[in-house]
Design a protein around this ligand. Sequence first.
Ligand SMILES: NC(=O)c1ccc[n+]([C@@H]2O[C@H](COP(=O)([O-])OP(=O)(O)OC[C@H]3O[C@@H](n4cnc5c(N)ncnc54)[C@H](O)[C@@H]3O)[C@@H](O)[C@H]2O)c1
Length: 270
Amino acid sequence: MGEFDGKVAFVTGAARGQGRSHAVRLAREGAAIVAIDVCAPVSDYNSYAPATAEDLDETVRLVEAEGGRILARRADVRDSAQLAQVVADGVAEFGRLDVVIANAGICNWSRFWEMPDDQWETLIDVNLTGVWKTLKASVPAMIEAGNGGSIVVVSSVAGIKPIPGQANYAAAKSGLVGLTQAAAKELGEYRIRVNSVHPYGVDTPMGTDQGSLKMLEAHPQFAASLGTILTESPLATVDDISDAVLWIASDKAHTVTATQLTVDMGNTKV
Ligand SMILES: NC(=O)c1ccc[n+]([C@@H]2O[C@H](COP(=O)([O-])OP(=O)(O)OC[C@H]3O[C@@H](n4cnc5c(N)ncnc54)[C@H](O)[C@@H]3O)[C@@H](O)[C@H]2O)c1
């Protein structure tokens, strides 16, 4: 018996990195997966490679290798119509929607007064407004099914303690804390829990982005925000984050809503 047998999970940003891991791990535990990714460049200011259609194909292959069922689409979290369509298609194919992992995001670096308007605006559109649109597209089907459910919003340590050199990212990820708590309060009566997860560095294309190193080389004093209590490993694995995401998405966390789950080696506390 898998922890998510009979359930359906919608994962955004599922082509690679953490999103792929969450999709594969949820499938291993019995969930049918609805997966989207933009599979294209999103911001000219990102200094790491974009995900591709082949990456999303590989997620499909890995989910199916677990014996899982998956509906995967190229879609952009900035586009409410695309999100509504994929949710409708997922519910038509798998019958319900129980879990949402709002994971898609981007990251780029500039001091805030040097940041071009479009660098700020695109990141806020994807990382904050895109999560709101993801939840907005998903929740009606969950309410209608009447099964309760769990929504996991992927924020960051930057949603609790801003890291200098990425004010756009800090603003978006902090905004997700407010969105998460408001959504949790509005959805409690439907037994839908809403929580945010806050990783520190994770070993993905974003987490190993050289743009962060360039910012630190130019402004070494910014490293003061990067200390951790646990120091044996600077980067979490994607499975470390999936462990936390699957727990909070599962019925084991049935008492937990509107919380901020830090998975951060203690970064937010130093
Ligand atoms: N890697 C880290 O160190 C770290 C730390 C804390 C939080 N996070 C957060 O974790 C989440 C996952 O990041 P990751 O580390 O797996 O990075 P990643 O770049 O490997 O994966 C992010 C995925 O999101 C997709 N995406 C981006 N914009 C999109 C859009 N508009 N519509 C649909 N899909 C889109 C990308 O194509 C990519 O496949 C992000 O929200 C990120 O901000 C990452």
